[in-house]
Design a protein around this ligand. Structure first.
Ligand SMILES: *Cc1c(COP(=O)(O)O)cnc(C)c1O
Length: 367
């Protein structure tokens, strides 16, 4: 621990990630396997480290967003199926082949472009059941069947998947919509049953908790692996916790007099004499600037309010009510009691964005 350069760093509890996986997996039907979604550097937690830990737990399926993420994982020794969920430029298909990666086929046009290269990669059709992002339109199930059959003869099609867009919401309308998505996907899946495609998947973290899809055999587990919630209103299973603590330190403390202002644009005006601490973390570290005059940190177990604007590399907090605070003291920016979900909720975003945005200059320390 004494090797950490203590400016701004995150401590990642690998055992907690494994625990989250085990708890989630234990709630799934026995025949359902987990595809760990480790795109965006495992939601900021470190893709190679998380993959290595989960390989020890028996995970054999991985999902990423792009070919660069996929190649990095394969080069690091990650074994099993690595699926690129989104677009890969056709020029990079050779990498997909060379590293034994599976590519999503996002449209018929894209499948045709893949075929034209003559490279016979592993691939899976995305089916659009309502997200309107990528995939063959499931509304026309006959057309989906025709396209899947055509390419299954010409490419190495290993599966089909769709993506749910409101599985994290428990309103009646959202439940109805999700069920309709699952039904449409099932229709397409059943129409090509005889092709015996190996991987059929439709459930994300939220979907796997609330829905069944007996015709599928993988759940794509992302956010809950990291102990965060798909939606702030969700309740996670007992024992699932965040695995990340973001820390910084107090770099200096100063007295501010009544009437003085703090930071850029002088947005904070002291209404009394105050004691203010500077924290050497800023928006270039991924600390969201929306937290200006709004966010909180924890020093010696006590809450301190952010005063003034978040700067690129630093921000200031009110420590008037925290006794004994001194330069060098540890500051908690995020932990399980004040999680990325809580921070996100303050500023109108989601925990996903908070953790993905913690920048590369913040050291990751594995504990
Ligand atoms: C990101 C992503 C997931 C994971 O979603 P979570 O809500 O993090 O579980 C699953 N499937 C697709 C297609 C995705 O893009």
């Amino acid at each position: 621990m004494d090797k950490i350069l203590k400016r701004s760093w995150v401590e990642i509890d690998i055992a907690q990630i494994k625990k989250n996986y085990c708890i989630y997996k234990s709630r799934l039907p026995g025949e359902m396997d987990v595809m760990a979604v480790i795109k965006a550097d495992a939601y900021g937690h470190g893709d190679v480290e998380i993959a290595e830990a989960l390989m020890h737990e028996g995970v054999k399926h991985w999902a990423v967003s792009n070919v660069n993420e996929a190649c990095k994982l394969r080069k690091s020794g990650c074994q099993g199926q690595i699926l690129v969920l989104g677009y890969t430029p056709i020029e990079q298909l050779e990498l997909i082949e060379a590293y034994d990666i599976t590519q999503a086929l996002i449209s018929e046009e894209y499948a045709q472009a893949v075929l034209s290269t003559g490279i016979r990669i592993k691939c899976q059709f995305a089916i659009d059941t309502g997200m309107k992002r990528i995939g063959l339109d499931a509304v026309d199930a006959d057309e989906c069947e025709r396209i899947i059959r055509y390419y299954a003869e010409r490419l190495n099609v290993t599966g089909l998947f769709t993506h749910l867009c409101v599985a994290d919401d428990n309103s009646e309308a959202s439940i109805t919509f999700t069920k309709k998505q699952l039904k449409q996907f099932e229709t397409v899946v059943c129409s090509v049953d005889d092709l015996n495609l190996k991987y059929i998947h439709c459930l994300n973290s939220a979907g796997g908790l609330s829905y069944e899809a007996k015709y599928s055999n993988l759940v794509r587990l992302g956010i809950i692996l990291y102990g965060l919630k798909p939606d702030y209103s969700n309740q996670l299973p007992d024992g699932i916790k965040t695995a990340m603590v973001w820390k910084s330190v107090v770099s200096m403390i100063k007295k501010i007099h009544i009437g003085e202002t703090i930071g850029y644009a002088r947005t904070f005006v002291a209404k009394k004499d105050m004691c203010v601490a500077t924290i050497p973390t800023g928006y270039a570290d991924g600390y969201n600037r929306q937290l200006s005059n709004q966010g909180v940190v924890f020093i010696n177990g006590k809450k301190a309010n952010i005063v003034g604007r978040i700067c690129m590399d630093q921000f200031m907090v009110d420590v008037s009510d925290i006794t004994d605070v001194k330069a060098g003291d540890e500051v908690i920016l995020l932990n399980d009691s004040y999680s990325a979900d809580d921070m996100a909720n303050m500023i109108g975003t989601i925990g996903y964005e908070i953790v993905c945005n913690i920048s590369k200059r913040v050291d990751r320390v594995y504990i």
